[in-house]
Design a protein. Structure first.
Length: 113
């Protein structure tokens, strides 16, 4: 499912001005980046509260096309700029990780039908 469709169905606010609209195949929720590196599958959106450059680096290295920052946390402009340079989309939500993870899973499953 395209990130723009996922955002529309889940209420995500896309912060990056990427010209691409990445395909989201799955999701992975974690704040521990070593856990993400060990377990996230390529094509997954990373759901986290970690709004910093290290999250972007992990997403880039492990082919995660997008990051969702939860709990309405602000994302520094330098992180957005870094993500755009790496081709990683960043979205924001006021939902907590549990709530948005459920919404993302539901949207992806409905899209597959």
């Amino acid at each position: 499912m395209k990130l723009s469709s996922l955002a529309e169905k889940t209420g995500l606010k896309i912060l990056t001005n990427s010209e691409t609209d990445p395909e989201i195949e799955s999701g992975y929720t974690s704040d521990l980046l070593s856990d993400v590196m060990a377990n996230a599958e390529e094509g997954s959106v990373l759901v986290t509260i970690q709004a910093h450059k290290n999250s972007v680096a992990v997403a880039s290295q492990f082919d995660l096309p997008a990051i969702v920052i939860c709990n309405g946390r602000s994302v520094p402009q330098e992180v957005i700029d870094t993500a755009e340079g790496e081709g990683i989309a960043i979205a924001q939500t006021k939902d907590n990780q549990f709530e948005i993870s459920y919404k993302i899973k539901k949207a992806i499953m409905e899209n597959a039908l």
